[in-house]
Design a protein around this ligand. Structure first.
Ligand SMILES: Nc1nc2c(c(=O)[nH]1)N[C@@H](CN(C=O)c1ccc(C(=O)N[C@@H](CCC(=O)O)C(=O)O)cc1)CN2
Length: 289
């Protein structure tokens, strides 16, 4: 039997519609328009597309968005000073520094400076710590989107085995935290696999939920998947002008019970959750004034 296709584009559109309504309410009730500032350093074409899509999504939801575009030669000290000026600007509710940054800039040196209340990516150590403790202020956009996609399948996840492929700071590690949390996430039992994991295929085969985020085109094949598993594909790989995920979609959809496509899966949900966090940021900051 072929899997349910989890349509990230459609789900994201539903979220964006709800967020737009809440943005309009906030404006009517408190005269506050959420404002996101994105910082893009350098000329990475994919990053430029993602930031443009984020700005468009903001506009459609009634969220104000500003782009600070900086040359690739921008120094770490200059970037820190720009982030500090955004921290100090009461008109900016959310700050997003698009990753990756050019190699000469240490990402943690920048992310650590973002005011945690404005950190709509949830990359600041204070926000990461709050997630680990199960009392999040914001959830990082990609894991948040994935959580909502898994919820949309209405499948029981408590006590199920979730296997995450990839230990990145922005997907693998926070995803594990969300999946194990009681209430917050899926109440699942979680394994993180990475490049040094032994018997990886064997471990993946035991998974009820697979999150593939390793950046290897079509790495997860049908033989690796337990029948009935939920398969979430975070990969975005360009192969011969084609966009493919980390999962062999055509093969795996015949084994899984639910699967996300690429494109049109996790990506659009990442952007929808950014809007949600920006709205939350505006609310938090208006309540603290
Ligand atoms: N500051 C951040 N940097 C990065 C993040 C992030 O969450 N915060 N995540 C990724 C990139 N990313 C968002 O920034 C992102 C990637 C892809 C998509 C998306 O919608 N993809 C489309 C396909 C688009 C294409 O044609 O390339 C899809 O999957 O349908 C959205 C957001 C790294 N950096």
């Amino acid at each position: 039997m072929s899997a349910e296709i989890i349509d990230g584009k459609a789900l994201a559109a539903t979220f964006r519609g709800q967020i737009a309504e809440e943005v309009s309410q906030l404006k009517n009730e408190k005269n506050i328009i959420p404002h996101l500032t994105a910082v893009l350093v350098g000329d990475d074409p994919a990053s430029a597309v993602y930031v443009r899509n984020k700005q468009r999504a903001c506009e459609k939801a009634g969220i104000q968005s500003t782009l600070k575009r900086l040359p690739a030669e921008t120094s770490e000290a200059e970037l820190i000073s720009i982030v500090e000026s955004l921290n100090a600007d009461p008109g900016v509710h959310g700050i997003l520094v698009q990753l990756p940054l050019p190699g000469h800039i240490k990402e943690t040196a920048i992310l650590d400076v973002v005011n945690p209340l404005k950190d709509v990516d949830a990359f600041h150590p204070e926000n990461v710590g709050l997630i680990v403790q199960g009392r999040p202020r914001y959830l990082p956009c990609t894991p948040y989107g994935i959580q909502q996609m898994i919820l949309s399948t209405k499948m029981e996840t408590a006590g199920k085995h979730a296997v995450i492929l990839g230990r990145s700071e922005i997907v693998g590690k926070p995803m594990a935290m969300l999946l194990i949390q009681r209430g917050l996430g899926a109440d699942a039992t979680v394994t993180i696999c990475h490049s040094r994991t032994q018997n990886l295929n064997k471990i993946v085969k035991t998974a009820d939920i697979i999150i593939a985020a390793i950046g290897k085109p079509e790495f997860v094949t049908a033989e690796m998947v337990k029948p009935g598993a939920i398969v979430i594909d975070v990969g975005i790989n360009r192969v011969d002008d084609r966009l493919v995920g980390d999962v062999d979609f055509e093969g795996v959809k015949e084994v899984a019970s639910a699967i996300t496509p690429v494109p049109g899966g996790v990506g659009p949900m990442t952007i929808a959750m950014l809007l949600k966090n920006t709205l939350t940021a505006a609310r938090i900051q208006s309540d603290s004034n």
